[in-house]
Design a protein around this ligand. Structure first.
Ligand SMILES: Cc1cc2nc3c(=O)[nH]c(=O)nc-3n(C[C@H](O)[C@H](O)[C@H](O)COP(=O)(O)OP(=O)(O)OC[C@H]3O[C@@H](n4cnc5c(N)ncnc54)[C@H](O)[C@@H]3O)c2cc1C
Length: 439
């Protein structure tokens, strides 16, 4: 009796264990030998929560770089949570804007009411026009928005400084942890898309009790994928894709590079020059997320504390904007802010918060250094070139930067696209995703 030789499964290396890489692994592990390389000791990338003790002394985890999402605009992620059996719930996301330069502090929901009181009454008309524009973006997409940097776009719209500084910049700066002057360089298309997507009519949700449950369920679902906690030094394409790390080189049939554009560019050492040139257009701003207990960036009156705060103030010789999440309120450890004895706060902003000790170093629990994509019009203009970069190549790009918003749903979509592309190239059937094909 002759035995058929075992069918050798194609091998795929995935570099980067953030949500983009994990999603790609999910879409390939059934049909390929899938090896996931992650430089850090744990998988998750930005979704990795941080362990803390809650006010009742119980172990808890807080979300530090994937905090909230809107189910209606995160269709893939919402379907994935359902598939994994992970709960999510509407989050308490009251937002307060404090502008020390204008000596103003008010709940963001009262912006219109401030017009004619603390703000010029003309701002009301401008804000209503902006709200209508966001409704149009949600309905029609971005085709009618000129691809200008925000600074030129707000000028084109004839907006007053108050409308810009209180009605536009705090929202975008808070989503991305960027400084307002950086937001002014971002493409108006991307900024308006993110406001429409995240500050829309639908409530923000959070994974409950924290993203730890999501990450655990996702990693458990990847039981057919091999994980290696190893920093990849280079991916060489000539002669077949080879992954180079501290333990030597290994050849695969395909490689998915699921790291940010800077790391992808460095890693792909012998890719065509066009790849490096396009990836080099993606600019990033260094940011930090600081988990701490120092309330100095929050109103002195604790009854005014809400889930997140945007504060613009002059620190030493420069103006700095900081977004502070009161995690006690977000995680519903307390409903009444005046009852918070020792707050657990997450401040996102520029690295000077830590490097210049703007937040009391004694009160710092953990510091996460990030770099955040700055989606300028030049980056947006590169979008049509992206699919052609890895088409017909042995490598595939993934990562939230590929969809310009740089948010969780973008990363997930990029990982799914990478798995689908590899499956098509290897002649495998379509992946079975928990979401519909339209996503
Ligand atoms: C402070 C902050 C708050 C945020 N809040 C939200 C939010 O509320 N909602 C939302 O939707 N999005 C949010 N985001 C964005 C979101 O978290 C990210 O867009 C998304 O998780 C990025 O996923 P990724 O897989 O593309 O990248 P990453 O999560 O960065 O994963 C890349 C992985 O690659 C690994 N890696 C890099 N180089 C190598 C190498 N050489 N070898 C091996 N591994 C390597 C890294 O260690 C990392 O784990 C936030 C981001 C930040 C910074």
């Amino acid at each position: 009796m002759s035995m058929a030789p075992p069918v050798e499964r194609p091998s795929v290396a995935i570099i980067g264990g953030g949500i983009a890489g994990l999603t790609a692994a999910l879409g390939l592990q059934d049909s390929c030998r899938t090896v996931l390389f992650e430089a850090r000791g744990q998988l998750g990338g930005h979704i990795l929560p941080h362990p803390v003790t809650d006010p009742r002394g119980r172990p808890a985890a807080v979300d530090t770089a994937f905090v909230v999402f809107v189910p209606e605009t995160y269709p893939r992620f919402t379907a994935l949570l359902q598939h994994l059996g992970v709960a999510h719930a509407a989050a308490v996301t009251k937002f307060r804007i404090t502008d020390e330069l204008r000596e103003l502090s008010f709940p963001a929901g009262e912006l219109l009411q401030q017009c004619g009181r603390t703000l010029p009454k003309e701002c009301r008309r401008e804000l209503l026009r902006l709200y209508q524009l966001l409704v149009r973006v949600r309905r029609e997409g971005l085709g009618f928005i000129d691809d200008l940097p925000m600074a030129a776009w707000v000028e084109q719209q004839g907006l007053r400084p108050e409308t810009i500084e209180l009605g536009v910049l705090p929202w975008v700066a808070s989503f991305w942890g960027l400084q307002p002057e950086t937001v002014l360089t971002v493409s108006a298309k991307v900024a308006l898309r993110e406001i429409a997507r995240n500050a829309g009519p639908y409530p923000m949700h959070r994974v409950v009790p924290s993203t730890q449950g999501y990450l655990d369920a996702l990693v458990a679902a990847l039981r057919h994928c091999e994980h290696r906690h190893q920093r990849v030094e280079a991916v060489r394409l000539r002669g077949g894709p080879t992954v180079h790390g501290p333990r030597g080189a290994e050849r695969f049939d395909r490689v998915i590079v699921a790291v940010d554009a800077i790391d992808a560019r460095t890693m792909l050492v012998d890719a065509e020059p066009r790849v490096g040139e396009v990836l080099g257009r993606f600019g990033y701003e260094p940011t930090v997320a600081v988990l701490h207990r120092d309330p100095s960036y929050l109103p002195a009156d604790r009854s005014q504390w809400c889930t997140f705060h945007h504060r613009r103030r002059r620190d030493a010789d420069r103006v700095r904007s900081v977004t502070t999440w009161v995690l006690d309120l977000l995680h519903e450890w307390h409903a009444d802010p005046t009852e918070i004895a020792t707050p657990t706060l997450l401040a996102t902003g520029d690295p000077g918060l830590v490097d210049e000790a703007r937040i009391d170093p004694e009160q710092v629990i953990a510091v996460f250094r990030h770099r955040h994509l700055v989606s300028t019009p030049r980056v947006v203009a590169s979008l049509p070139e992206l699919p052609a970069l890895d088409e017909g190549q042995a490598f595939t790009l993934a990562g939230s930067y590929l969809a310009l918003g740089g948010l969780h749903e973008d990363a997930l979509a990029s990982g799914a696209r990478a798995a689908d592309k590899v499956r098509t190239e290897l002649g495998l059937g379509p992946a079975s995703w928990p979401w519909s094909a339209e996503g």
